[in-house]
Ligand binder design. Structure first.
Ligand code: ADP
Length: 168
């Protein structure tokens, strides 16, 4: 079973095998955590993303981490939240699964996730957290041994801590 750790901080600083980028479908950078990751990784990251030709919501693509401490960046576009009745939960679950599948294929042992879709994409925090935690817990990992949920705010970290405590 994957070990889960919740931290509050900046995901671009983490020395893990892979950090996950809450990207948009263009994979060409954006605001929020996406912008922070591109700034910290350097322009090589954008050059590596251009030939990937974008990514569908719920899927994932991997690049090197370039100037980051992380070896890889796994880019996944989360769903834009409308009302929860447009497939958002299944798409969000698929983001976490697709990222873990790619991490496994690339031999990653440690993976850090931001709160996918919980920024400008508007997913309600607690519902998103429950999906994140459940999907990681249920994942049949071979290589990945640790997932860090890296929360930018203290409020988000509190929700992750509550949800991980409740579900364990
Ligand atoms: P989305 O478009 O998927 O909603 P955002 O980047 O707007 O993505 O937000 C996703 C989450 O990432 C939010 O909880 C936001 O606070 C958080 N975030 C923003 N910058 C960072 C960072 N440097 N490290 C970790 N999390 C971050």
């Amino acid at each position: 079973m994957i070990e889960i750790e919740v931290i509050q901080g900046d995901i671009t600083k983490l020395a893990v095998d892979a950090i996950v980028n809450a990207a948009n479908c263009s994979l060409l950078g954006g605001g929020g955590v996406d912008g922070a990751i591109h700034r910290a990784a350097g322009p090589e990251l954008l050059r590596a993303c251009i030939p990937l030709n974008g990514c569908e919501t719920g899927k994932a693509k991997i690049t090197p981490g370039f100037r980051l401490s992380a070896k890889f960046v796994i880019h996944t576009p989360g769903p834009v939240y409308r009302d929860g009745q447009h497939g958002e939960p299944a798409l969000l679950e698929s983001c976490y699964k697709s990222c873990l599948d790619l991490a496994e294929e690339s031999g990653c042992e440690t993976v850090a996730f931001p709160a996918i879709s919980c920024g400008v994409y508007g997913y309600p925090w607690e519902a998103a957290t429950e999906i994140a935690v459940k999907t990681v817990r249920d994942f049949p990992a071979q290589k990945v041994r640790k997932v860090i949920f890296c929360c930018f705010s203290a409020d988000m970290a509190r929700i992750y801590r509550e949800v991980t405590a409740k579900a364990s």
